[in-house]
Design a protein around this ligand. Sequence first.
Ligand code: HEM
Length: 480
Amino acid sequence: MAETTTRAVPPKGFRSAERGWPELHRIPRPPYRLPLLGDLIGASRATPVQDSLRYARRLGPIFRRSAFGKEFVFTWGAELVADLADESRFAKHVGLGIANLRPVAGDGLFTAYNHEPNWQLAHDVLAPGFSREAMAGYHPMMLSVAERLTEHWDLAAAGGRSVDVPGDMTKLTLETIARTGFGHDFGSFERARPHPFVSAMVGTLSHAQRLNSVPGPLAPLLLRRAGRRNVADIALLERIVDGVVRERRASGGGDGDLLDRMLKTAHPESGERLSAENVRRQVITFLVAGHETTSGALSFALHYLSLRPDVAERARAEVDRVWGDVAAPGYEQVAKLRYVRRVLDETLRLWPTAPAFAREAVRDTVLGGVHPMRRGAWTLVLTPMLHRDAGVWGADAEGFDPGRFEVGAVRGRAPHVFKPFGTGARACIGRQFALHEAVLVLGLLLRRYELRADPGYRLRVAERLTLMPEGLRVWLERRG
Ligand code: HEM
């Protein structure tokens, strides 16, 4: 196919695969396809990612599924994903669940289309807020939020009660991004129930996921009640965020955090600033993107640490050695927890908590030298399967082994085989923030507690665009 160079394609609603993939018939699909409904046998609306993992195992490194007349192509084979990482031929595609979040996040950084000028503007203005220096500045606040968690967990340990891991990790990560980025205190640890911001966020994320599983034209009818609830959830998120911004404007300014950048910083070249409407979109984006995925990553990591005393012991020994008995570890001491970081990487390998990202062809091209794609055609990269490709990770790819992230092992692997934070220009801006926060918190928890798993618990993974272990509780024992 001739390669014609052009810009990313401006969106024109949903693009089904038939038009963009001239040789679609060569891509495997499930055997039993129902007329009109598509490949729905054995599929659940609640677990689209886990269903896709099952299909992937049967159908191979690239496959397609159809639902209600729409055809989707999924890619997970390491070589094909490496090809999709080529930024000269592919770019982020804003589709499916992410496009469904546009009513709440608009042209905020995560949901912006590539051609929207506010993406570059916000990216350039906000990127310095994620520099190493900025991280070191957030560190004391991250520590102080983590101490709120340990006060709460000390009580549970003393009372012989188990803790609600995802619930408490969500409190921790919401408070961390809210206080470091926006100088706002949601008071999560003082509440018996989740903050209304969290409930509204879970509502909008779940709604965005559900919209994919009903026929497009019927969605307004089938999801009428859910749609009304979604409008109310969005209104609540906007009210909360408007309050945060109002507070800041009234106070005259913070200490140079993300919100200060959003409100005051001009683009270094154009001198342009974010509009009030765009600031609102960015605050919602960062409050949501900045806590939900990190909360899941910490929860899955604690699940594995509670199941694997050998791994927990090794990680704890590292913390004791590197931190000694300093009451509050410094910024530099967190980066030195290499084994704890490997535990986190291995967790994100098996359960990348943002489990897919979409790539579209920016010109006519041939994926992996085999599958022709027209400009604008797109595919969903199924990260948990990429991370379980036996050709890269071996026959025991499903097993938990932090040793896979030892320096030598990482160097021995091809690039683009580990992508929990996405790829290219639109990869996660908050990666270092998440990693610093998560390693710090795991270090503090390992140093303070022994974790005991509930022997009856079997991992169940809840999906709401992100992944989260459901119903996970662990028991704690204070260390000497
Ligand atoms: C373990 C935690 C995290 C994971 C697994 C994660 C994963 C991802 C992924 C896969 C993308 C790319 C999505 C795509 O291509 O469509 C992304 C983008 C993004 N993430 Fe994260 N993220 C995490 C933490 C954070 C944090 C802490 C923040 C903010 C403080 C954040 C803010 C963002 C933003 C704003 C984008 C959009 C970037 C752009 O398009 O320019 N994330 N994240």
